[in-house]
Design a protein around this ligand. Structure first.
Ligand code: PLP
Length: 357
């Protein structure tokens, strides 16, 4: 019996990846140079597919990077002189701020309460902020920001660029691209692929700003990246296999509206079923809960017990993260998970839930 991973990344990989990997081998592409016409064609088509399937505006640029963590650095180094303000309520948002501060100290942040909606009025964003950083889905505590909230921040700060970490939601739920200038995500979450690559989606304004600032010291400065991407190329030898797999998966998946509707209704069904089984969601308010990552709160003993029993039954659950490490377990609700697998997991949890009471 193969274990089904409900870990919120790396998570279940689409089963079709096995065939696509073989196809990549047979194509000869993996031995080709990344300046070759074959690679360029793959890169161009993949960018096009991303725009079509995820409904990304035509005038936005897409870049291939190595990880979401790298994207944090790319932003810090490309907008080195821009004051960076970070709004967060969990471990990933906080990490991003800390990375930024280490590179250049012109950054600060405001933490908001995990159990309360981000109060736009309560934000004290420094006047000089040129980059406002948000985490759309905070994977560590299973909260998410609504498109509406992002829009409000954008409207009030028209001069600033809005950068959004959408690592555990891009490819899963519908994002309002025009409300953000820089969006990024790695592929081991909602894209259902092996880890080792990330995507960065940038508005024309984001590129213009990078050009104004002229920071070109690093191999992956936005400036250098956008120069190369004009020819559908990367600044370094990229993960060609991952780009190939992404290309094939994009051809296979439905458009984002369809996926988003499915994941949202499945998330509320999962929360409801779990509650009936006696489990308590870490986040009390339904309005704050993420659709793609669920966090369930229990005693440390219960968490350990459930995770072990789940493994025996063929399900890998996600550990808690950061502050919530011992007292939560997490469940990914990603597009690669089938309804059958989710039902099987819920059936298992319902039975175990009774024993835990
Ligand atoms: C997983 C995750 C990251 C880190 O992704 P890497 O690919 O490991 O760099 C960053 N931010 C969020 C919100 C995540 O969920």
């Amino acid at each position: 019996m193969q274990t089904i991973s409900f870990y919120p990344g790396p998570s279940k990989v689409y089963p079709q990846v096995k065939t696509f990997m073989a196809e990549a081998m047979d194509s000869g592409l993996l031995s080709r140079n990344h300046r070759s016409p074959e690679f360029v064609a793959l890169s161009q088509e993949t960018v096009l597919l991303l725009k079509q399937k995820l409904n990304i505006p035509k005038n936005y640029s897409i870049f291939f990077t190595s990880s979401a963590t790298e994207c944090w650095e790319v932003l810090a180094e490309s907008y080195l002189d821009a004051y960076s303000f970070h709004i967060y309520n969990g471990a990933f948002g906080e990490k991003w701020l800390n990375y930024r501060k280490k590179i250049r100290g012109n950054a600060s942040g405001q933490r908001f309460h995990t159990q309360r909606q981000l109060g736009i009025k309560s934000l004290t964003i420094p006047e000089q902020s040129e980059l406002i950083c948000l985490t759309q889905c905070e994977t560590s505590n299973s909260t998410q920001l609504k498109n509406k909230q992002i829009r409000k921040i954008k409207k009030q700060h028209t001069q600033a660029l809005i950068a959004i970490d959408a690592t555990s939601s891009m490819g899963g739920i519908e994002l309002e691209w025009s409300y953000g200038d820089i969006w990024f995500a790695s592929v081991q979450k909602c894209f259902g692929l092996p880890a080792g690559m990330a995507l960065m989606v940038c508005s024309p304004r984001a590129i213009e700003k990078a050009q104004e600032m002229q920071h070109n010291l690093h191999y992956n400065s936005l400036l250098f990246m956008s120069e190369k991407m004009r020819e559908w190329q990367t600044t370094y030898t990229p993960n060609v296999l991952s780009i190939f797999l992404l290309n094939r998966i994009l051809k296979h998946v439905p458009d984002i509206q369809t996926t988003s509707t499915l994941l949202k209704s499945r998330a509320s069904y999962m929360y409801q079923e779990l509650q009936q089984a006696g489990f308590q969601a870490l986040i009390h308010s339904k309005r704050l809960r993420a659709d793609t990552v669920l966090a369930i709160k229990a005693s440390p003993q219960q968490v350990t017990y459930i995770k072990n029993q789940a493994l025996k039954a063929g399900f890998l659950l996600g550990n808690g993260y950061g502050t919530w490490k011992e007292i939560t377990f997490r469940i990914a609700n990603f597009p690669a998970h089938t309804d059958e697998e989710v039902h099987a997991l819920l059936k298992f949890l319902k039975e175990e839930g009774k024993k835990c009471q």
